[in-house]
Design a protein around this ligand. Sequence first.
Ligand code: CTP
Ligand code: MG
Length: 386
Amino acid sequence: MSFAVIVVAAGSGTRFGGNTAKQFLPLGGKPLVQHSLELFLGQTACAELILVVPPTGVAVPLPAFLLNHPLVRMVKGGSSRQESVRHGLEALTAKTEYVLIHDAARPLLTEKALNTLLAALPGKDGAILGHGVVDTLKHTTTSGDILTTLERSVLWAAETPQAFRTDAIKKAHAQFADLSVSDDSALAELSGLNITMVENPDANMKITHPGDLALAEAILATRGGSNAEGFRVGYGVDIHPFTAGDAVTLGGVRIPHTHALKGHSDADAVLHALTDALLGAMGEADIGVHFPPNDTTWRGAASRIFVDKAMQLLRARGGSVVNVDLTIISEAPKIAPHREAIRQNIAGLLGIAVDAVAIKATTAEKLGWIGRGEGLYASAAVLVRL
Ligand code: CTP
Ligand code: MG
């Protein structure tokens, strides 16, 4: 089941205070909003993601791979959360049955929670994540005099994401635009839709007050996977023989040569070594397992798809690349004239700065099979934050 996502990040965070809106402050080494964007974009079922940004036009501090992501579109929000969501709904183009609406201010959403929510959707107009209330709840007058004690077992605190049938929630938002509510489910309820509460198995706090950020950092640290302290190294190697042809592709850059490289896909040994290094850093099986060589899908394919897939896996786990160091060993062609183009291409694929990409080339001094010009060897070392 594919779905569209709206992430609202257009608020000004008045309760949090400060000069930078809370959803753009760093948490675990990256902007708050980036956590949920990466989680959603790591799902193959995600067909479109509308990021609702402040109407003030402030720069959105996200890495290029997210700003330019093919599934991401940015639209400006409004003066209330409700208006921001409406702008997001109006901007949807994917014709998915369901749309998920999520607050950028909830960076701790887990894949497990998301899957629990999605599993509750079939047959419903919508489902929302929430948690049971643990405190005893009192209903008071506005001046604080207690009127009564509420029955806790049927009371929930609503979270996001909240998922709805796309047409139904669009209609509800349009119909009740004049009412002011604090979540989308409230409008769905007014429309008489059938919405289910789904208990979130994980913490999913909303960053509201300044102290919340330290608590979120601590929760992130207990999960082990996503805090800035976790670094892992990956290493990959690839070899391809030369064959008849007039160019090789290395690091995604076509280099005219007296021969071509032979292999499945476009035989880009640099991107293959890089893919294996990324997979290795995650403790994953190698490129041949993820992309079987006998599968004709990859014949002649541009090898960036392998890197993209490895990056998708990495981002789904909340990881990011710190730097990469590549080495080519071959008698020819000369790499130096193409070094900058390769660095730029790879920096774009990994979502990192060009100066975090190194590519070196050396010959084998005429020794062995490399020395006889029979093939080319490439290696990649990467450091990832995971
Ligand atoms: N939001 C939005 N547009 C608005 C107001 C809020 O997109 N006009 C978003 C926020 O960016 C946040 C989510 O809605 O991701 C939940 O809102 P809230 O936690 O209340 O954030 P703020 O409105 O920014 O904070 P405050 O109410 O303290 O000003
Ligand atoms: Mg608000």
